[in-house]
Write a protein of this length. Structure first.
Length: 562
């Protein structure tokens, strides 16, 4: 370098790098930095070289040095974020991408990568805006539109997702992944003919594409062609990368069909699907259902509140196998579950667990204990309201007008990507207000509870939301009611677990646990199911609820009269 200026040496290093002569480029760059340690271009290029040669930590150090010299260089922050993301440090990567786009909002690649990292971390709603910004800056970018479609799908924004995937197909008609994903979104929306058209086209473009096979099987299963769906899932299982997804979806099909032993065995594949984020794992061994001989077992929640309420019934069966049970549950259920189901120790998520020998997710207990349709532990009640709280609520209700007391809940967790399918506005239940001598009591929580303050015309609804501090209050209120009418949410599980009559409104594509066609539930003997006949159309199902409520109200009135 003695005969070259620093500028000449850097230009030569760049040429070596472009030509793939990494070692020559690296020697020159280190010589430049030996003479001029704050040469930003050399620091940036050497960071790229060290990353390419497997020295990511050194790459980060070099980029941080460059940022120290030029803190407002957006590309340096973006490059640092790329390395951090590749190293599995998503939080640090997100912060660096955000700094990059704050400095230069025109950095399309940084917007795209920020959205991609957020989506991978399960933050799909947050990912949408960065990806839209990237798409606006690069409207011809197939990759950006595909990422946007995937994020919108994960966020449950299916119409928008379909539009993004259609844009990918406009740009690249033979994009197999986009056609497959569009088919899946259309399946979510219940548009089976359109969905299958795109999935068949994907398979024409790439025969036996496993993801397309799984998505097509989902469509076929919805059309009740069970054997064809099974064959498609089994075909997809030949791909190691997609075996878990195929097994999981086949498991859901078996569960809906009432074949619980096969279904729960296949359902264990969910543990391999990162997208589902199914709880934690531990260094202690997983329990498979054998004798525990005094060992301590941790049973831990992994999905929604309703799932925990449904599966907590298995705790006494685990104790009967000789186990000492610790239950880790979601914080909102902590007070409700204290002292219930013979639980020896209860901890909330985030609290110290203490010592234990083996563990099992609550959702794996049916499989571990060999549950079949005939052996579901369905003795109710298995959850009980606090007696003191029952009396408190009885006193509050004593001032209410006489009549059949019916609790109503019309919306679930809005964070659930399927919530749009199961939740309804209170106004949908307006026909129930035509039934005489019925007093409705809102057991709805969250933002939708405000609808009870202005109920539909003719429907008298008592709003208790400000009195329902947690599930202990909800249980005590339910204990004072004659009936609960609910959509598929945790309140319905709680009422069923307490042995209260509960009528459940279900979408046409219902969750696996409600099976197919049945109007009763083997999990909850006091539950009746009212299913949509047409996807998205609640009117007919609500009319059936109203007619049954007329009969129920009359029968209660006759009993009271005698």
């Amino acid at each position: 370098m003695a005969t070259l200026t620093i500028g000449q040496a850097f230009e030569l290093a760049q040429r070596h790098h472009l030509a793939g002569r990494i070692d020559y480029a690296q020697v020159l760059l280190r010589q430049i930095l030996g003479s001029k340690p704050d040469h930003v271009g050399a620091l940036k290029l050497l960071a790229q070289v060290t990353y390419q040669t497997g020295r990511a930590d050194e790459s980060i150090e070099l980029l941080r040095r460059a940022i120290g010299v030029s803190p407002d260089a957006a590309d340096l922050h973006a490059n640092l974020a790329n390395v951090l993301s590749a190293l599995g440090r998503p939080d640090d990567a997100i912060a660096s991408y955000q700094r990059a786009v704050a400095l230069d909002p025109a950095l399309a690649e940084a917007w795209n990568n920020l959205g991609a990292v957020l989506a991978r971390e399960g933050r799909a709603q947050e990912a949408v805006d960065p990806l839209r910004r990237a798409a606006a800056l690069r409207p011809q970018s197939v990759g950006t539109w595909f990422n946007l479609g995937a994020a919108l799908n994960d966020a449950g924004r299916f119409e928008e997702s379909a539009a993004a995937f259609r844009r990918v197909i406009e740009l690249q008609p033979d994009h197999v992944e986009a056609r497959t994903s569009l088919g899946n979104v259309l399946w979510e929306l219940g548009r089976l003919p359109q969905a299958m058209e795109h999935l068949h086209e994907a398979l024409r473009l790439r025969a036996d594409f496993p993801e397309a096979l799984v998505n097509l099987a989902n469509c076929v299963a919805d059309e009740r062609h069970t054997q064809e769906a099974i064959e498609l899932y089994q075909k997809a299982m030949h791909s190691p990368e997609h075996e878990a997804a195929a097994r999981y979806n086949l498991g859901l099909l078996m569960l809906r069909e009432g074949k619980l032993a096969e279904g729960f065995e296949l359902y264990e594949a969910r543990r391999k699907l990162q997208k589902l984020r199914c709880g934690r794992d531990f260094p202690q061994p997983r329990w498979g259902g054998g004798r525990l001989e005094g060992r301590t077992i941790l049973l831990h929640a992994e999905q929604g509140l309703g799932d925990t309420i449904q599966l907590i019934r298995y705790v006494p069966m685990v104790i009967a196998r000789g186990g000492r049970v610790i239950v880790q549950c979601q914080p909102p259920l902590r007070r409700l579950l204290e002292g219930q189901c013979e639980i020896e120790r209860l901890v909330s998520e985030g609290e110290p667990l203490g010592l234990f020998d083996v563990h099992c997710p609550l959702m794996s207990l049916p499989q571990a204990l060999g549950t079949t349709l005939d052996s579901i532990p369905a003795d109710v009640p298995y959850l009980f309201a606090n007696p003191i709280q029952i009396d408190r609520w009885r006193d509050m209700l004593s001032n209410e007008p006489a009549g059949l007391r019916v609790g109503v809940a019309w919306a679930g967790n809005p964070e659930n990507r399927n919530d749009w399918r199961r939740s309804i506005p209170l106004s949908t239940l307006a026909p129930l207000g035509q039934v005489p001598c019925v007093r409705f009591h809102s057991i709805q929580k969250g933002e939708p509870a405000k609808q009870a303050q202005c109920p539909p015309s003719g429907m008298i609804v008592k709003d208790w939301s400000d009195q329902l501090a947690d599930f202990v209050d909800t249980a005590a209120l339910i204990a004072n009611l004659d009936l609960v009418i609910s959509v598929d949410t945790a309140v319905a599980h709680l009422a069923g677990a307490m042995g209260t009559p509960v009528w459940l409104l279900l979408p046409k594509r219902a969750d696996w646990r409600w099976m197919l066609d049945r109007d009763d539930s083997p999990w909850y003997p006091t539950m009746k199911l009212f299913r949509q006949k047409e996807a998205g159309q609640w009117g007919e199902a609500v009319e059936r609820v109203k007619n049954r409520l007329l009969v129920f109200s009359s029968s209660v009135a006759r009993v009271e009269a005698t």
